[in-house]
Design a protein around this ligand. Sequence first.
Ligand SMILES: Cc1cc2nc3c(=O)[nH]c(=O)nc-3n(C[C@H](O)[C@H](O)[C@H](O)COP(=O)(O)OP(=O)(O)OC[C@H]3O[C@@H](n4cnc5c(N)ncnc54)[C@H](O)[C@@H]3O)c2cc1C
Length: 438
Amino acid sequence: MEDNPLLSLDDEVLPIFIFDTNILDKLQKEDRRVSYIFHFVHKLKQDLSACGLDLKIFYASPEAAFEYLIPQGMDEVVACEDYDNYAKERDLKISHKIHFRYIKDTYIFKPNEVLKEDGTPYLVFTPFYKKVRVLLENKNRDAFKLAQNTLIDEDYEGITKIDANGVVTKLPLSLESLGFEKIELNIKNPHAKLEDFKKYINDYKQKRDFLNEDAGSNLSVDLRFGTISTRAVLRFVFDLKGYDTEPFIRQLVFRDFYAYLLFHMPRIESQNYRYSFNGIEDNQKFEAFCKGQTGVPIVDAGVRELLKTGAMHNRVRMVVASFFTKDLLLPWQWGEKFFAEHLMDFDKASNVLSWQWSAGTGVDPQPYFRVFNPYLQSKKFDKDAKYIKRFCPELGHVEAKYLHDENYLFNNFIQGYPKPIVIYKTASKIAIEYYKKS
Ligand SMILES: Cc1cc2nc3c(=O)[nH]c(=O)nc-3n(C[C@H](O)[C@H](O)[C@H](O)COP(=O)(O)OP(=O)(O)OC[C@H]3O[C@@H](n4cnc5c(N)ncnc54)[C@H](O)[C@@H]3O)c2cc1C
């Protein structure tokens, strides 16, 4: 409701939300993101009602929803921008039916706002960041004000379902109407998260990589679903005087950079930007990975954290993705899809570009010959193995030092836990050879 450009239109409006069947039909019925979205859509409807507006909720494909709405006399659709390939194609289709206007809200910059002198997009983060940093100083961060919109007369009750044959039915306003199970979530107010983060922001750079510290802002899910605006986050950091905010701003800009790259190069959503080598398909290794049963403690703990909570620490995401693409030699697209299915903060651009970064195939990637040693990573960032033991309780009785020791894990039997499925040194050597050839 606050700082939302869509509510600053000052017009006659029909606010809508579409639970998109093209997306929902592919999800597991216990998807925690649907519970999260439903919670906020419901709240949005209540908040809109409290100020004389409302929200019409559809359960339909976007095309079907607009075929239903357009004959009723709409003259324009206004939405916030979304740049992944599905979203672009969806919005293009709608724009063939009715005038379609994007209002910039999702990211800090529009894709063409930050270009090189020759008018082409930046392909390397550091020069992009330098340019952005100058632009940010004068960037308008003011909050959008709620305008005096009038509400179009419509039936706003329940959920309007439109099936594949165009049959319209009315469903009660509940998650169960969408065929999903309610998952209990610990939803925190994003502004409270920012306030909390104030305590940690000075240590962010030093502590954010340590797995047992909660040194990040935990705002990725809010930025993903728009439960906080990017302007509000910028206002917060720019108003903090005397704090070391730069490392955090840099990460925030990464989010923009990845969306920007995907906008300018849509093919990288599924294809390597560089190198022809694209992994070796191996279902057995993939299955062990997806169950958190690779025998490499930090990797298994990360996967199990994801399955259990929908989150994964950023450092662990990097270690896991490196292990997946370089040590297991699996196609990055498989890992990206697995994350997409489970991450609460799943964002196509950040996920794809981060996976390509880890695989070494991306636009500004980690060099292909750099392979994280998962044991050194856990020794450095989870010395006492508290994180590992939290998510792999069967390792609770093993001394921490052994959980960072490949030799030990390979040569000793641990009840209920597998031996490592690959040897780090050999596997990374093979990976580097493959990349060299391609
Ligand atoms: C393989 C892999 C996959 C990833 N997939 C996603 C994803 O689907 N969605 C997602 O939001 N992030 C993704 N990330 C980036 C990062 O892990 C998360 O943004 C971060 O863990 C969120 O925690 P936080 O909100 O505490 O971040 P903070 O450290 O507090 O950072 C602030 C904000 O900046 C943005 N940000 C931070 N780091 C990155 C980064 N490396 N790349 C892009 N944006 C960043 C996020 O919006 C984040 O909320 C991925 C990273 C890797 C290595």
